[in-house]
Design a binder for this molecule. Structure first.
Ligand code: SF4
Length: 132
């Protein structure tokens, strides 16, 4: 089962091929493809390093160097979607919750308020979820 940080539901929704490194971008495409291929399989929501962090240059051993900042993104995303850490949901359910409770409510900046990618993401408006 894939482990996914809740705030990565935002990162995936706006992903346009940019990221921290070539390896990171290649892994993002791979993870998105896998999720979209199996939308009804369960994913576990975790507030720790996940399948996306695994190829990130900011991952240090089993932690993210951004520490508390990304932990806050995760807890805000969970709260807005009425979910809890450790919950298992399908990818289809999770992206719908992100779309309905965060992106369509204009709450992206509530989750990712001090992220350096935010302005880029605001231009995309969750384009990967629009057709769902
Ligand atoms: S390690 Fe940190 S910066 Fe890298 S993808 Fe994970 S949460 Fe984001």
């Amino acid at each position: 089962m894939i482990n996914l940080r809740p705030h990565h539901g935002m990162c995936i929704g706006q992903f346009m091929g940019k990221g921290y490194s070539e390896e990171f971008v290649a892994n993002m495409y791979k993870v998105i493809e896998e999720l979209d291929k199996n939308p009804d399989e369960g994913i576990r929501l975790v507030c720790s390093v996940d399948v996306i962090c695994s190829s990130c240059p900011h991952k240090e051993e089993e932690n993210c160097r951004s520490g508390q900042k990304v932990a806050e993104y995760d807890s805000t995303a969970l709260k807005l979607c009425n979910l809890s850490a450790g919950d298992i949901v399908t990818w289809r359910e999770f992206k719908k919750l992100v779309k309905v409770h965060i992106l369509e409510q204009g709450k992206l900046n509530q989750v990712c308020h001090n992220c350096s990618w935010l302005s880029l993401c605001q231009e995309c408006q969750g384009f990967r979820y629009i057709q769902d």
